[in-house]
Ligand binder design. Structure first.
Ligand SMILES: NC(=O)c1ccc[n+]([C@@H]2O[C@H](COP(=O)([O-])OP(=O)(O)OC[C@H]3O[C@@H](n4cnc5c(N)ncnc54)[C@H](OP(=O)(O)O)[C@@H]3O)[C@@H](O)[C@H]2O)c1
Length: 267
């Protein structure tokens, strides 16, 4: 399981262990580094299947090359069953998916909508908790926020169901479309705090990132991704969770209730 200390990988590992599988956690903390090919074989050798989560955006420059190289190394070592986490509605991720297809693996691509957990873990949560405001270039676009636990359940099923999902691209979304403003309003309602969402242009958002020291090249790649990802083309639901798990995806309100009770957004 790559990204084993991250949002999806930790939950994929937990779900796989709960289902009785032996899990090898992989990230820099365990000596597996995507940018250092000499660390790959020791982690991959002897595994039956692998979950690949690129540590930066799956459409970031260089992602296709590194995922392709890891996948080829896995196939060379006999690890043919590979599941890649990709992003729904992101044109920039297509070369990464194609690099996996070309590796000779029995591949499955899991294209995920925006994680609900972007509001509770990672770079956005601190400003929401500490400043009471989420500043983001998503305008009034509607998104079917997806609970990462559903991704984990789908990934574990895909990894362990033989060839059933080999050669398949699975589109996953949550069950309900919400604007970012409505999502923050649900969090405000559950916490009793006056939290708000402030939409900015991708250009202004990029300038703010550069101000925080993010290199200009990364800013350009990220803002290009946001421009396509958040243009409303993907403001619809996908049925991948129900298809694979035979149940509806978890609702954003359940996620909000649990995280609010855990104090995630308490100042
Ligand atoms: N956020 C969303 O809404 C969304 C939606 C669809 C798809 N995605 C995709 O999700 C992927 C990220 O997955 P995530 O959110 O589960 O991860 P994450 O929470 O961002 O965590 C990153 C993981 O990668 C590991 N890592 C960082 N640098 C590494 C390196 N050089 N070599 C090996 N491991 C490294 C980290 O552990 P160490 O620090 O120990 O190395 C950590 O386990 C991206 O490709 C993104 O495009 C995200």
């Amino acid at each position: 399981m790559t990204g084993a200390s991250g949002r999806t990988g930790s939950r994929v590992a937990r779900a796989a262990r709960a289902a009785g599988f032996t899990v090898r956690a992989a990230s820099r903390a365990t000596g597996f580094d995507f940018w250092d090919g000499s660390t790959w074989a020791g982690t991959l050798r002897g595994a039956d299947a692998a979950y690949l989560a690129h540590p930066m955006d799956v459409g970031a420059p260089g992602a296709a090359e590194v995922i392709g190289a890891v996948a080829r190394e896995a196939v060379r070592l006999g690890v043919r069953r590979l599941v890649l986490l990709s992003a729904r509605g992101e044109d920039q991720s297509l070369p990464t998916e194609e690099a996996l297809h070309a590796s000779g693996a029995d591949w499955t691509v899991v294209r995920a909508a925006w994680f609900a957990q972007n509001f509770s873990e990672g770079p956005l949560v601190a400003e929401l908790r500490e400043r009471g405001e989420l500043v983001f270039p998503a305008g009034g676009v509607r998104e079917p926020f997806l609970d990462v636990r559903d991704i984990a359940d789908v990934v574990v099923t895909a990894l362990t169901a033989g060839d059933r999902y080999a050669g398949r691209t699975l589109d996953l979304s949550g069950p309900r479309l919400l604007t970012f403003g409505e999502a923050v309003a649900e969090i405000a309602g559950a916490t009793g705090r006056p939290l708000r969402y402030r939409a900015v242009s991708t250009r202004d958002y990029g300038e703010a990132l550069a101000g925080f020291g993010v290199p200009r090249k990364e800013v350009a790649a990220l803002t290009a991704i946001f421009d396509t990802l958040l243009d409303g083309r993907y403001a619809h639901l996908s049925d991948g969770v129900r298809e694979v798990l035979g149940r509806p995806p978890r609702d954003f309100a359940d996620f909000v209730r649990e995280e609010a009770a855990a104090g995630t957004w308490t100042a």
